[in-house]
Design a protein around this ligand. Structure first.
Ligand SMILES: Nc1ncnc2c1ncn2[C@@H]1O[C@H](COP(=O)(O)OP(=O)(O)OP(=O)(O)O)[C@@H](O)[C@H]1O
Length: 287
C-alpha cells in the first residue's frame, strides 16, 4: 500500500474582496497525482506559488481536497473518522520553527505531541529522549528553545514530530529560514532519521541541492505536476527546469557547461565526486 497517494487532487481557495465577500475561486492544486511508497524519500520542487504547500497540507488533512482524493496510509483524508489516523501517520514540519515550538523547555516541547495522543508518561519520556537523540539535540533537553539557533530549533521541531512516531514526515521548506549551516544541520538530521527509523520523507523545497539524494522528484508549476522522475532524470533537463523558474544544482550546471564545450560528460551529474571522475578521465584521454 502507498504511504501517500493523491488522485486527481484539486484544491480551490476562496478569493475574497476587501470586505471579505467571496468573489471567486483560486485553484491552487489542479489535478495532481502522486504516489509515495513506504520508506521512500520524495522531493517536491516548484517556484513560489506553484501549490507545494497547499499539496503538503493535504498530507495530514490540514486541508481536504475540493476535488479528487488524498489517501494517507490507505485512509481517505475526507473521512472525518480517519482524521486521527491520518494525523498520526503523517507528521508535518513547517518553515518557521518559531511557530512550531510552544514549550518553554526543549524536552517539554517534544513531549507535547505524544502527550496529546494519550501516550503513558514513562513512554513519553522514552520517546522524548529517543527523538532528541535522533536529531542530535539530547544535550539541550533542559534548555529554553528561545536561545537555540534556527537550525537547532528546527531539529527540536522535527523531534516533536517524530516523538509521535509517524510513519511519514512531511517537511514544508524546513530550511527556508535558516542560514547555510542550519540548512546542512537539518538536512543531515532528516537523512539520519531515514536511516535509523526508516520513515517515509516528503521534502518540499526550492533548494536544488537538497533533492539530489531523493528516490523520486515531482516538479510543480501552477498547481500541476509538470515533471516527475529520479533526480538524475529531472536535472538532465536544464532547459525544461528553466521554464519553471528552477535551477539545477551547481555541480550539474558546471558539468553541463563542460559538456557543451565538448568534454565527454553525460547529462544529469549530481555529485561533485562524479564530475571529478569524468574530468580526470577526459584529461587522461587528452594526455
Ligand atoms: N489561504 C489562502 N487563501 C487564498 N489563496 C491562497 C492561500 N494560500 C495560498 N494561496 C494561493 O495558492 C497558490 C499556491 O500557494 P502555495 O502556498 O500552495 O504555493 P507554494 O508553492 O507552497 O509557494 P511558496 O513556495 O511561496 O510557499 C498561490 O497562488 C497562493 O497565492
Amino acid at each position: 500500500m502507498e504511504m501517500i497517494q493523491a488522485e486527481e487532487l484539486v484544491y480551490e481557495y476562496e478569493k475574497r474582496d476587501d470586505e471579505g465577500n467571496v468573489v471567486g475561486m483560486h485553484r491552487a492544486v489542479d489535478g495532481v497525482d502522486i504516489d509515495v511508497r513506504p520508506g521512500q524519500f520524495v522531493a517536491i520542487l516548484g517556484h513560489n506559488g506553484s501549490g507545494k504547500s497547499t499539496l503538503a497540507k493535504h498530507m495530514n488533512a490540514i486541508l481536504v481536497p475540493t476535488g479528487g482524493t488524498m489517501w494517507v496510509n490507505g485512509r481517505d483524508t475526507k473521512d472525518p473518522n480517519e482524521l486521527m489516523n491520518v494525523r498520526q501517520s503523517a507528521g508535518m514540519v513547517f518553515q518557521n520553527p518559531d511557530n512550531q515550538i510552544i514549550g518553554t523547555v526543549v524536552e517539554e516541547d517534544v513531549g507535547f505531541g505524544p502527550e496529546n495522543l494519550g501516550v503513558p508518561t514513562d513512554e513519553i519520556w522514552k520517546r522524548v529522549e529517543d527523538s532528541l537523540r535522533a536529531v542530535g539535540m539530547l544535550e539541550y533537553r533542559k534548555n529554553s528553545p528561545n536561545k537555540l539557533s534556527g537550525g537547532q530549533k528546527q531539529r527540536v521541531a522535527i523531534a516533536g514530530v517524530i516523538a509521535m512516531e509517524p510513519q511519514c514526515i512531511v517537511l514544508d521548506e524546513p530550511t527556508a529560514m535558516l542560514d547555510p549551516n542550519g540548512r546542512k544541520e537539518v538536512l543531515r538530521t532528516v537523512h539520519e532519521l531515514r536511516k535509523r527509523k526508516n520513515v517515509t520523507v516528503i521534502l518540499i523545497t526550492h533548494y536544488m541541492e537538497e533533492v539530489v539524494d531523493a528516490d523520486w522528484v515531482y516538479v510543480m508549476d501552477s498547481g500541476h505536476v509538470v515533471m516527475r522522475g529520479t533526480p538524475r532524470q529531472i536535472f538532465s533537463q536544464v532547459d525544461e527546469l528553466k521554464k519553471y523558474h528552477l535551477d539545477v544544482p551547481q555541480v550539474t550546471m558546471l558539468a553541463e557547461e563542460l559538456r557543451k564545450r565538448g568534454m565527454d560528460i553525460p547529462k544529469g551529474i549530481l555529485h561533485r565526486e562524479e564530475l571529478v571522475e569524468y574530468i580526470m578521465k577526459a584529461q587522461k584521454k587528452d594526455a
